[in-house]
Ligand binder design. Structure first.
Ligand code: FHN
Length: 465
């Protein structure tokens, strides 16, 4: 027996339009004997974790692991699982929206959904090639879904048969990727959903004593799997929990507190986002900026996770909502995060055969070309507010350098900067840094008429002591 009901989510501000969506998933609450799940989902097309704006319980970490995570600034998120076989379509009908939610959105009974296991055979999976692609993109960490809400595990778990070992492919997908990433100097992050639509002990709400007993069993299962994740695949930089909004988890802060402590006991120094908690504290950073950026700079560490299309984290064959973000959009989102002391995760949704879509590879390649020239403005950089900076120009600081990242090139050959005392300046280009003259210690003069980069050019300023 397995059922899915979930408390509604709050509103979701979509960065590409301000759409407030309230979502409620109301499932038939079947008797214990019922074998199938028919989920009546009237979910909106997007579900996003709510942003907890305050700093409740947050303590800034400055240990090496957290400093590295903060300096990394830029990561890649991977949503991959048997839902990629469906690719956003079910029974010949396109389901617009988050493709990894196809089971809920298309009201798929377990027995039908589980057929996808026998069709998931990623023979084109090449973790070494993936790691090299991510390295060329400039990503410093990668977060991959080890288990999404559907409960399917991308590794051979001792605690379930609903995993990669049951597929024609059979082999663990996580360890080879973790090893390939580390070989490229990229940190490993593992996503794990608290929600589990497959596990019969999962409960979205705890209405009866039986619910409580079953959910307690489920939490043991969850911790057993988390232990597998944090002990089987080598050093894990960050564990990325998701799906904390059901009342079963949300209503008891102790559950999240225990889980956070358990992860830290297994992997000292691990970086954990606030989605491990029942909204009672921030853990190490605020991971609530999902497909949106903060309006003002948060006081805590934070991370934005972003889809390349409107809202399909997992592979969707056709739907892109209001379209694909351009490489320029992605670079600007990354820049805006760094300019507000935040990290940025751009998501890809690999195909069921293990290949990555050409649209995604092309964007990652172009972002990588931009990062190759301008990474100093991003890695290890922090906010540097400059009064009256022209629109489309963002500023970051790293040590005695300030970087102006111009997505809109100044329309004059001079740029005066309030409150900045400049010793020297240069323009970063594919052919190296070109000197820019400075007048009066605060005005750049002789700027070229056009930006040397179709996405954005960076002016690197050395500050006077
Ligand atoms: O429901 C999930 C969704 O499928 C996706 O995994 C995103 C990524 O952050 N998290 C949840 C929505 O907040």
């Amino acid at each position: 027996m397995n059922f899915i009901t979930a408390a509604s989510l709050g509103k979701i501000l979509n960065r590409w339009g301000s759409t407030l969506l309230a979502a409620t998933l109301v499932g038939a609450t079947p008797s214990l004997a019922s074998a199938q799940t028919n989920v009546t989902a009237n979910l909106s097309k997007s579900l996003g974790d709510v942003v907890v704006q305050d700093t409740k319980g947050w303590v800034r970490r400055d240990d090496p692991a957290m400093v590295k995570w903060r300096d990394d600034r830029f990561g890649i998120m991977i949503h991959w699982g048997i839902y990629s076989v469906a690719g956003g379509w079910w029974n010949g009908k396109e389901v617009k929206g988050a493709a990894e939610w196809i089971k809920a959105f298309a009201h798929v009974p377990n027995a039908d959904y589980d057929q996808l296991v026998g069709q998931f055979n990623p023979t084109n999976y090449d973790p070494v090639a993936w790691a090299k692609l991510f390295k060329a993109t400039g990503a410093k960490y990668v977060v991959i879904t080890t288990k999404h809400h559907d409960g399917f595990c991308l590794w051979d778990s001792k605690f379930t048969d609903f995993d990669i070992a049951a597929t024609p492919y059979k082999k663990d997908l996580i360890k080879p990727l973790a090893e390939a990433l580390r070989a490229e100097g990229i940190d490993v992050g593992l996503y794990y959903s608290i929600i589990d639509w497959h596990n019969p002990d999962y409960r979205a709400s705890l209405k009866t004593p039986e619910d409580k007993i079953a959910y307690a069993r489920y939490l043991v299962y969850l911790k057993n799997q988390v232990k597998e994740l944090l002990t089987k695949f080598g050093p894990v930089t960050t564990i990325w929990f998701d799906g904390r909004w059901d009342s079963s988890y949300k209503s008891n802060p102790q559950t999240g507190q225990d889980l956070e402590a358990y992860c830290r006991s297994l992997s000292p120094g691990i970086v954990i986002g606030d989605r491990v908690r029942a909204y009672d504290a921030m853990a190490d950073y605020n991971s609530g900026y999902e497909r949106k950026l903060p309006v003002t700079q948060p006081l805590t560490d934070w991370e934005c996770c972003m889809t390349m299309t409107e809202n399909a984290w997992g592979y969707h064959r056709t739907w892109t909502g209001n379209g694909w973000k351009t490489p320029g959009d992605i670079c600007e989102l990354l820049t805006r995060c760094a300019a507000m002391n935040g990290n940025f995760l751009i998501n890809i949704g690999p195909k069921p055969d293990g290949s990555i879509r050409p649209e995604e590879v092309a964007r990652l390649d172009r972002v990588g070309a931009w990062m190759k020239i301008n990474h100093d403005a991003i890695y290890g950089a922090e906010a540097f507010p400059i009064k009256d900076l022209p629109e489309g120009i963002y500023a970051t600081r790293k040590g005695d350098h300030v970087y102006l990242i111009a997505f809109r090139w100044p329309d004059t050959d001079k740029l005066k900067l309030a409150g900045v005392s400049i010793a020297s300046a240069s323009l970063l280009t594919a052919d190296g840094a070109k000197p820019i003259a400075v007048e009066g210690g605060n005005t750049l003069v002789g700027l070229p008429m056009e930006s040397p980069d179709t996405i954005a050019a960076v002016l690197a300023l050395e500050l006077k002591d």
